[in-house]
Every structure is written in C-alpha cells, then in structure tokens.
Write a new protein. Sequence first.
Length: 81
Amino acid sequence: MIQITVDEDSCVGCGLCVKDCPMKVFELKDGRSVPLRPEDCMGCLSCHEICPAQALEHRGIYPAKRHYVDIRVCEMLNRVI
Ligand code: SF4
Ligand code: SF4
C-alpha cells in the first residue's frame, strides 16, 4: 500500500491537495492536511505538483501503477528509477 506523510511544519493548510486529489484522500484538520484515506491513493502524484510547500511524501509507488502506458515505457522507467 502507498504510504503518505504530510510534513506538519511545512504544510500551510491551503487545502489545494484536498481539492485536487481525485480520490479524496485528504481532509483538513486543525489547519493542516491529513491523509485520512491513503488506501484509496492511486499514485498519480498530482498533489505533489500542486502543493506550494512541498509538504507531501509518498512511498510505495511503482512505475507500472503510475505510468501504465506501454510495457516498453514501464521497462525503461524500471531501469532508471
Ligand atoms: S497521489 Fe493522487 S490519488 Fe494519491 S493522494 Fe495525491 S492526488 Fe490523491
Ligand atoms: S497542498 Fe500542501 S500546503 Fe496545502 S494543505 Fe496540502 S499539504 Fe498542506
């Protein structure tokens, strides 16, 4: 399963990840983002790109899950990642 952590010191509570996540993984609690449903994460990393504070970290994302485009692309990514 994908593990998600939010750096509480970096998160500014803007809520962009809450609005952006297609799987509704995050909620705001006490002015900080909390990944309440990490099991629903599909590893798109859209939240990483939108977070202004770079406060998010994901572990356990594999190329075949994120870039399921072509088996040759997956093989190339597995060689370089
Ligand atoms: S990687 Fe995608 S699905 Fe996972 S928490 Fe971020 S926006 Fe949501
Ligand atoms: S986008 Fe980043 S700074 Fe904004 S609430 Fe989410 S984790 Fe916090």
